[in-house]
Design a protein around this ligand. Structure first.
Ligand code: ATP
Ligand code: MG
Length: 470
């Protein structure tokens, strides 16, 4: 397939009506970017992007209900269905990337050729121009030989690679994403330019880097290849120095390799449809770089938790994501043996939190795969997993499962509401974790009366706020 060749496409009705609507008012409109690349590969595109000669205002007028989302002239046309919407972008030429983050000026281009020339890689710089929409027939517009590069599995920058990476450093990371996703070699001139510009990736906004990293981790091929490529290109040191520092940290594991190899394998062993969990696998052993002493990594999970938090704050990850990953790093070293009492299992569930357990066991499974470790039949973590599930199904494990509430304590015992109530409930929960048969209203109230009578709750209140009401 090459420039000018005919290409027939099964267009979704919504895409066809956007292309047709623009043609009806005398404008040129073409499919561009990732969807054309996917079609040439014979794959089904995930989203469909349209580029047009029409100005954004004209596009918005043409499709009532369309939203004009940003100053770059992208209008999102939503079809009646639930679909993600079709992005329609006016032909443009970008100039002046002063801060190497985003174009500070966008000029509308005059032609499709201008628009393709500002795209990052040849495989992403192809278009499809329809000539008979009803028949799905049209021609490939491929001025940079992207189809030949796709065929040869070659990733190549459009135009002068130094200029392209100098304009936008995100393209450095995108190069890694596309090379690993399509299992491509990087063209030597493009690769040399990436190495020369690698340090500029430090200036990228955390959000944009996070977005690319999650897209890399969500890919079907093992994400380790992408990170190895990043390391070879000098990007890992710049983007994730905490991870790069694991290179050369020795591991006494059945599988060969250092702590970086181990971390990459752990990420690979986690599901690709949960890139955040894969990220937890990638970061779980960060602490090994700073706790290496006689090969024992004492408390590396605590050091690792802090390092992972630093990485995630820099990437501007949402709070819930930071919490999920740092809790996993914190707890990943749990050790279990078959002698644990049921109470010990309940305390473990309480400590980790029932919500985190599925992730934590998934991480342990991946950690084992990445170490070449085999679980013992008895006393292995899957035994703990079964026992924890049984406890969650039948035992009181949280304050809300107690047979009394804070209000009950206030009403029955005439204790003034305040922090002491929370502490009494926590003590009751401790007692119930030890012995679930205590979890009845009478027994719990009796237990509290006993403690209050002993004075050990009401008098230790530092602010003096826990005095009995009379
Ligand atoms: P995917 O299938 O992963 O979405 P994609 O190629 O569609 O891949 P997008 O990030 O959705 O990637 O971008 C759509 C198109 O916009 C790209 O194919 C490329 O032509 C262009 N593009 C996106 N980001 C850049 C950039 N930073 N520099 C130049 N062109 C870009
Ligand atoms: Mg896309």
């Amino acid at each position: 397939m090459r420039d000018g060749d005919r290409l027939r496409i099964d267009l979704p009705a919504a895409v066809s009506s956007v292309l047709g609507g623009l043609a009806a008012v005398g404008e040129e409109a073409a499919l561009v970017g990732g969807c054309v690349r996917d079609l040439v590969l014979g794959a089904q595109p995930v989203d469909w992007d349209v580029a047009t000669s029409a100005a954004p205002e004209a596009v918005a007028r043409q499709f009532p209900g369309a939203t004009w989302e940003n100053p770059f002239g992208t209008v999102v046309v939503r079809d009646a269905g639930e679909g993600p919407g079709i992005e329609v972008t006016t032909y443009r030429v970008e100039t002046g990337y002063r801060d190497r983050r985003r174009p500070d000026q966008v000029r509308w281009g005059r032609s499709l050729a201008d628009d393709l020339a500002r795209r990052d890689f040849t495989i992403n710089a192809m278009a499809w121009l329809p000539d008979d929409l009803a028949a799905g027939s049209g021609r490939l517009v491929d001025p940079f030989d992207g189809a030949a590069d796709l065929d040869a599995r070659l990733l190549r920058a459009v135009g002068d690679p130094d200029a392209r990476f100098g304009e936008d450093a995100l393209r450095l990371v995108r190069a890694v994403r596309f090379a690993s996703r399509f299992e491509m070699r990087i063209d030597p001139a493009t690769e040399a330019a990436i190495r020369r510009h690698a340090s500029a990736a430090a200036g990228l906004s955390g959000e944009r880097v996070r977005d690319e990293l999650l897209r890399i981790m969500a890919g079907a091929p093992p994400s380790s290849r992408a990170f190895e490529l990043m390391e070879r290109l000098g990007l890992l040191d710049v983007l994730l120095p905490e991870l790069a520092a694991l290179r050369g940290i020795p591991q006494a594991k059945r599988l060969a390799g250092d702590a970086l190899d181990h971390s990459l394998r752990a990420a690979d062993a986690l599901p690709a449809d949960d890139p955040v969990l894969r990220l937890a696998g990638l970061l779980h052993d960060l602490g090994k770089a700073t706790t290496l002493a006689d090969g024992h990594f004492i408390h590396h999970e605590k050091a690792g938790e802090r390092l992972a938090e630093g990485v995630l704050l820099r990437l501007r990850s949402p709070r819930a994501e930071i919490s999920r990953i740092t809790r996993l790093v914190h707890h990943h070293m749990f050790a279990y043996d078959a002698d644990w009492t049921d109470a010990a299992v309940r305390r473990f569930v309480r400590r980790v939190g029932p919500d985190l357990l599925p992730d934590l066991f998934a991480l342990r499974a991946a950690d084992d795969v990445a170490s070449g470790a085999h679980e013992p039949g008895r006393g292995g973590w899957s035994e703990l997993q079964r026992r924890a599930a049984a406890a969650i199904a039948s035992d009181p494990l949280e304050a809300k499962h107690l047979a009394v509430s804070g209000d009950d304590l206030v009403a029955e015992l005439e204790i003034a509401p305040g922090p002491v109530i929370g502490r009494l409930l926590a003590e009751l929960l401790e007692a119930v974790l030890e012995d679930p048969t205590l979890n009845s209203r009478d027994r719990l109230l009796a237990l509290v009366r006993e403690r209050v009578a002993n004075g050990d709750q009401t008098h230790h209140e530092p602010g003096g706020g826990a005095t009995a009401r009379r």
